[in-house]
Write a protein that binds this ligand. Structure first.
Ligand code: CA
Length: 226
């Protein structure tokens, strides 16, 4: 999942991005409000982590303009302001969740995870697709109750598809969300990784939709190819 982090404190941004990266997220950083607004409005992001105190354009103004433009991007606000009026302003502008600095990055991870899961329509942290289950908090995957070990890239691909169940996800959308750098992107290696996931999790779980991309089926079995 590719995330946008809008934070002007370079050290904090690097620390957060490092931890999110270790958890399998791909993170782009914006250092001011104008850039954040532009990136969030045009980039392929699953969520925005938005500091309120940003140069050029305040975080609340970023959020206001983003929502006015019709964006439904999940937004988690970070701020040093802990007055209720500031929190109310952020929620009125369209924030989905809120963390007051200083915070533990573990809490940011938990909140972000819940935000992404809810945005994908999953109420529970543990989601099941037929006999395959994915714990969205720990990343643990089981098939018929038996733990399955996945590589980091396999886990990223499964997690992203699991947030788009029953939808066709294009290869370019998938590469946007699982590869950190353009140079890593390669549709052939994507196909190889999906094949390995099918071997580990069952052939029917991830369907290739010819010319369009991949679809993870909520009931765990591939659509009959008509
Ligand atoms: Ca700031």
């Amino acid at each position: 999942m590719r995330l946008l982090l809008a934070e002007d404190d370079a050290a904090l941004a690097a620390e957060i991005a490092g931890r999110l990266g270790a958890e399998g997220y791909v993170v782009d950083i914006s250092r001011d409000g104008e850039d954040a607004l532009f990136q969030a409005g045009s980039g392929p992001y699953g969520a925005l982590v938005l500091d309120l105190g940003l140069p050029l354009l305040d975080g609340v103004a970023v959020l206001d303009r983003l929502r006015a433009a019709g964006s439904t991007l999940p937004v988690l606000v970070l701020t040093a302001r802990d007055r209720l009026a500031d929190k109310a302003a952020a929620f009125r502008a369209g924030a989905d969740d809120y963390l007051t600095k200083p915070f533990r990055i573990e809490e940011l991870l938990l909140r972000l995870n819940a935000l992404l899961r809810r945005a994908a329509g999953h109420a529970s942290a543990r989601i099941a697709f037929g006999d395959v289950s994915l714990d969205t908090v720990t990343g643990a995957v089981e098939r018929e109750g038996i733990p399955v070990r996945l590589t980091a890239l396999e886990a990223r691909i499964l997690a992203y598809l699991a947030m788009r169940p029953d939808q066709v996800v294009s290869r370019s959308d998938l590469t946007d969300h699982v590869y950190d750098h353009d140079s890593d992107r390669d549709f052939n290696s994507l196909e190889v990784i999906v094949s390995r996931l099918r071997r580990k999790l069952g052939a029917g779980l991830i369907e290739t939709v010819r010319g369009a991309g991949y679809r993870l089926r909520r009931d765990g079995a591939a659509y009959a190819l008509a």
